[in-house]
Design a protein around this ligand. Structure first.
Ligand code: S3P
Length: 168
């Protein structure tokens, strides 16, 4: 196991916010796999989904994760909510260091991302039902991939951060 910290969990679980705080505290580089995809393509995530479909986005996501896993220097990595769908990604993420599952209920997710426009999987749909379906499909994968999990419901980011720091 190398020394990176990898945050996984559903949309709205706070991976980017907590990742940034954690990286600053630990003086490690912060990396966001979605942001890398956007930087490489030069377009936003909804546009990638529009042009290449979800499968095109997943290919890009897997390539970025494989590339990050091949590097030596420790980082704090915030992943996209679907990064755990690919079993190869799951192996890469676990191999990079400590994988933390930021767990939140769908009720908490709803509060945080009700008016989101940047997540294609949540557009033009019954948000509550969609979040529940995604949770049914993915929660076991988050569990299986993570070394440990932190429950984020009702907590501010600084409180989640403190819980993580206590465990490290
Ligand atoms: C996705 C989550 C998003 C982004 C893309 C797909 C997903 O990242 O990767 O819209 O499948 O759950 P966040 O979890 O950071 O919102």
């Amino acid at each position: 196991m190398t020394g990176s910290i990898i945050l996984i969990g559903p949309m709205g679980s706070g991976k980017s916010t907590i990742g940034r705080l954690l990286a600053a505290r630990l003086r490690l580089p912060y990396v966001d796999s979605d942001a890398l995809i956007v930087a490489h393509t030069g377009v936003d995530i909804p546009t990638i989904f529009e042009i290449e479909g979800e499968s095109g986005f997943r290919e890009r996501e897997s390539k970025i994760i494989a590339d990050l896993a091949s590097r030596r220097e420790p980082i704090v990595l915030a992943t996209g909510g679907g990064a755990v769908l690919d079993p190869v990604n799951r192996g890469h993420l676990r191999g990079m260091g400590r994988v933390i599952y930021l767990e939140v209920s769908t009720g908490e997710q709803l509060k945080r991302i009700r008016h989101d426009r940047n997540r294609p999987l949540l557009q033009n749909t019954d948000l509550d039902a969609r979040l529940k379906t995604l949770a049914e499909q993915r929660n076991a994968l988050y569990q299986e991939t993570a070394h440990w999990r932190v429950l984020g419901d009702g907590l501010r980011s600084d409180q989640v951060l403190r819980r993580i720091l206590r465990h490290l």
